[in-house]
Design a protein around this ligand. Structure first.
Ligand SMILES: Nc1ncnc2c1ncn2[C@@H]1O[C@H](COP(=O)(O)OP(=O)(O)OP(=O)(O)O)[C@@H](O)[C@H]1O
Length: 647
C-alpha cells in the first residue's frame, strides 16, 4: 500500500506554495515507493516522516496549513527542514498542528513577522532553527518545551527580554545578532558570550556589559545625598563619587587586561580548541587539534646533513649486494643528470632526513647526487618472500595509472624492504585540509576534483589488479599527494602486508596499529576481518578492496567536514552518522565550504556517497568503479552549474 492520496495532494500543494519545481512530486507516483526527493518515510506503514528540502532554491510562502492540517501527515511528520532557501512571509500559527515535530528548521530564509506563541505547543520539539531570517518581535517562553536541546535565532531582529528556557536541558543556544534587551538570565554556566553577542542592550554575565541596576541605584543614592546635604558636603560627595568612578574604571580596565591575557594564554596552550566541550562536535574538534599537534610534532625529528645510511641504519652489509636495488623507472636507471643511474651505495651515502614514522615503516627524504630528490619508505619485517614481493611490485608497476605515484625502485631483503618514490613537494591532501589556514584555500571545486581523480585512479587499479588481489591497503589523506600540477596522486599503493595469502595471517600481529597521522581504518578493518572470520584468498582480496572503499569514504568525509580522523573518543564516520541522523546535516560541512558558497545539494550528494562507502557492512559498500561513476557525475554537475550564467 502506498501513501494516501490526501497526503500526496497536501505535499504537492505545500510545494506549489513554495514555487518548488520537482518533476517527481506528481500524484501518479508515490512519495515513499518512488522516493520523492526530500521526502523520507516509515515504510512499515507508508507514512511520511520527514520533509527535508534544505537548499532546494524554494521561494514563495510556507503554508503550514497545507501539511499540518492533514491529520495523517500532521501526526506522522517529525522533521521539517527548509533551511537555506528564499522563503518569505510570516510563520503561521498553524505550524502547531504538526504536533509531533522534533525538528523545525527554517534558518537562512526570508521569513518575517513574529514567532507565533502556538509554537510552544509542539511539546516534542527538540531542535528549532529560526536563524538568519527577518523575524522580529518578542519570543515566547520556551520553558514548556521539555525536549528542546537546540535553539538558534541569530541574525534576526528579535526584541524584548531573552526568552526563558529549560537551560539545564538546552545544549545549543544562539541569540546573537539581534536586539534583545535587559539582563541575561541565569544560564547555569552553560553558554558563553558568543550565544548573545551583538545585542547591544543586553547586560549581565556572560555579556561584557554590566547591568545598570547597581550603577542606577548608586545614582539614586547620589542624587538623594546631593539634595539632602548642604553645599559644603556637596563637594566632598562629588570627590568621593569621582574616586569611586575612577576606581570603577580601574577595576574594569584591569578586568579587560586580565581577560585578554587569559585568552592569549589559552590560545597558546590550546591552539584553537573548542570551548563547548559538552557536545559531540566540540569533542571531535578538540581531538582534531590534538591529532594535528601530534602530527606536527612528528615531523620535528627530521634531521639534515646525515646520510640515508646513518639516519636509517640501513647498511651495505644488511643490503648484502649493491645490485639488489631493482630499478623500475628510467629516471633512476641513468641519464637523468645522475650519470650511471642509482645504485644502492649511492642511495646509502646520499644526504637524508626523516619525514615520518608511520605505522607501516619510516619515510626518508633523500637528495640524490644528480639533483633528484626521492623518498624512501622503509618497511621492516614485512612477512613476504622476496620473490613474491618482487612480483607484487612489478604487477603494481605494470598496472600503473597517471594518478598513482609509481615506485621508482625497490629493494628487498629478509628483514628489510625499501621503496623509492619521487618526492612531491606539494605535500599531501592531509596537509591541504588540516594544515594551518590551508583548508581555507582548498576550495570546493579542488576538493571535488581530488575526490573524482582518486576514485578513478583506485577504480582503475582495482580492476587491473583484481585477479592479483592487490588493493591499496592503507588509503588515507596523508597517502594522497599533490603533484606539480596540483593533481591528486595516490602514493604507497599495495604497501600493506595484506593478509591475502593465508601464510601471512599469523604475522599480522607484528604490525603496529597506531598511526602517526590520518586514519587507521582501512588497515584495522582488514585485520579485524581476517581475525574474526578467516576466509579463503578470494574473500580476503574482496575484503581488501572493500577496505579501500572504506578508506576512500573517510577521505571524502575529511574533505566535506574539514575534520581529521581521530582515534580516541568519537571517530569521524561515527560523528558524521550521528550528526546526519540528528538532522544537523549542514553542521557537518566544513565552514570554509559553506562560506565559499559551495552547493549544499552537491555536498549532500557527496556525503551520501561517503556514507555508503563507510557502511560498517563491507558487503554493502559499493565497488570503487561505482563510487567513481557517482563522484564523477557530481563533479560534472558542479562544473556545469558553476559555468552556467545564473550561478
Ligand atoms: N612521495 C612523497 N613526497 C612528499 N611527501 C611524502 C611522500 N610520501 C609521503 N609523504 C609525506 O611524508 C609524511 C610521512 O609519511 P609516512 O608514509 O611515514 O606517514 P603515514 O602515511 O602517516 O604513515 P603510513 O603510510 O606508514 O601509515 C606524510 O606527511 C606524507 O604525506
Amino acid at each position: 500500500a502506498g501513501v494516501e492520496d490526501g497526503v500526496k495532494s497536501s505535499l504537492i500543494t505545500f510545494l506549489a506554495h513554495l514555487n518548488g519545481t520537482t518533476a517527481s512530486w506528481v500524484p501518479i507516483t508515490d512519495p515513499c515507493l518512488n522516493s520523492w526527493p526530500g521526502i523520507s518515510c516509515d515504510t512499515s506503514n507508508s507514512s511520511v516522516t520527514r520533509i527535508q528540502l534544505s537548499g532546494f532554491s524554494l521561494s514563495g510562502e510556507f503554508d503550514p496549513a497545507s501539511v499540518c492540517t492533514n491529520p495523517l501527515l500532521a501526526s506522522s511528520l517529525t522533521i521539517i527542514n527548509l533551511q537555506r532557501n528564499q522563503i518569505s512571509g510570516e510563520l503561521s500559527p498553524a505550524i502547531s498542528n504538526c504536533s509531533n515535530l522534533t525538528h523545525f528548521l527554517i534558518g537562512k530564509n526570508k521569513f518575517s513577522g513574529n514567532i507565533p506563541e502556538s509554537i510552544t505547543g509542539i511539546k516534542s520539539l527538540k531542535k528549532l532553527d529560526l536563524s538568519h531570517n527577518d523575524f522580529s518581535g518578542e519570543l515566547p517562553d520556551f520553558t514548556g518545551l521539555p525536549e528542546l536541546v537546540m535553539f538558534t535565532a541569530q541574525g534576526n531582529h528579535f526584541t524584548g527580554p531573552v526568552p526563558r528556557f529549560d537551560f539545564l536541558k538546552l545544549q545549543k543556544l544562539d541569540l546573537s545578532h539581534n536586539k534583545f534587551t535587559g539582563e541575561i538570565p541565569d544560564l547555569h554556566g552553560k553558554f558563553d558570550q558568543g550565544s548573545f553577542s551583538d545585542n547591544p542592550d543586553l547586560c549581565g554575565p556572560p555579556s561584557p556589559n554590566p547591568c545598570p541596576s547597581s550603577s542606577s541605584s548608586s545614582t539614586v543614592m547620589n542624587a538623594q545625598s546631593e539634595t539632602s546635604n548642604n553645599n559644603g558636603k556637596k563637594s566632598k560627595t562629588r570627590a568621593r563619587d569621582q574616586i569611586l568612578m575612577y576606581s570603577g574604571y580601574t577595576i574594569i580596565g584591569l578586568g579587560v587586561i586580565g581577560f585578554i591575557v587569559f585568552k592569549l594564554c589559552r590560545r597558546k596552550s590550546n591552539a584553537g580548541g573548542s570551548t563547548k566541550k559538552g557536545d559531540l562536535e566540540a569533542r571531535v574538534a578538540s581531538v582534531d587539534d590534538d591529532s594535528f599537534m601530534s602530527k606536527a610534532s612528528s615531523v620535528s625529528y627530521a634531521k639534515t646533513g646525515e646520510s640515508f645510511s646513518e639516519i636509517s641504519g640501513v647498511t651495505e652489509e644488511s643490503a648484502m649486494t649493491s645490485s639488489s636495488l631493482v630499478l623500475l623507472t628510467s629516471p633512476l636507471s641513468g641519464g637523468h643528470g645522475g650519470g650511471g643511474g642509482l645504485n644502492f651505495e649511492e642511495l646509502l651515502k646520499a644526504p637524508a632526513e626523516l619525514l615520518g614514522r608511520g605505522k607501516h615503516g619510516s619515510l626518508y627524504k633523500v637528495n640524490l647526487s644528480g639533483g633528484m630528490t626521492v623518498v624512501v619508505k622503509r618497511i621492516k619485517d614485512w612477512p613476504i618472500q622476496t620473490a613474491e614481493f618482487k612480483t607484487r611490485m612489478q604487477r603494481i608497476h605494470q598496472a600503473s595509472h597517471p594518478n598513482v605515484l609509481p615506485a621508482l625502485a625497490f629493494y628487498s631483503s629478509k628483514h628489510e624492504k625499501l621503496l623509492v618514490y619521487g618526492y612531491q613537494e606539494n605535500g599531501s591532501l592531509f596537509r591541504y585540509l588540516h594544515g594551518t589556514k590551508m583548508g581555507q584555500s582548498f576550495d570546493w571545486p579542488s576538493r571535488l576534483s581530488v575526490a573524482s581523480t582518486v576514485a578513478r585512479a583506485l577504480a582503475s587499479m582495482h580492476k587491473k589488479l583484481h585477479d592479483d588481489g592487490i588493493s591499496h591497503g592503507n588509503l588515507k589523506s596523508s597517502n594522497i599527494l599533490l603533484n606539480q600540477s596540483l593533481e591528486a596522486c595516490v602514493s604507497e599503493y599495495g604497501l600493506l602486508p595484506v593478509p591475502a595469502d593465508t601464510d601471512h595471517d599469523d604475522n599480522q600481529n607484528d604490525v603496529d596499529d597506531s598511526s602517526s597521522e590520518g586514519n587507521s581504518f582501512s588497515f584495522s578493518e582488514v585485520r579485524s576481518k581476517s581475525k574474526s572470520k578467516p576466509k579463503k584468498k578470494p574473500s580476503h582480496a574482496a575484503d581488501a578492496f572493500r577496505s579501500d572503499v572504506y578508506g576512500y569514504g573517510v577521505v571524502l568525509l575529511e574533505m566535506l567536514t574539514g575534520k581529521t580522523v581521530q582515534n580516541n573518543g568519537v571517530s569521524l564516520p561515527t560523528w558524521v552518522h550521528s550528526v546526519v541522523r540528528e538532522e544537523w546535516t549542514v553542521e557537518v560541512f566544513d565552514k570554509h565550504l559553506i562560506s565559499e558558497g559551495a552547493s549544499e545539494e552537491r555536498m549532500v550528494n557527496v556525503l551520501q556517497v561517503a556514507i555508503k562507502c563507510v557502511n560498517p557492512s563491507a558487503y554493502e559498500r559499493p565497488a570503487m568503479s561505482q563510487v567513481a561513476v557517482m563522484v564523477d557525475a557530481i563533479r560534472e554537475d558542479d562544473e556545469r552549474s558553476s559555468s552556467s550564467p545564473g550561478y
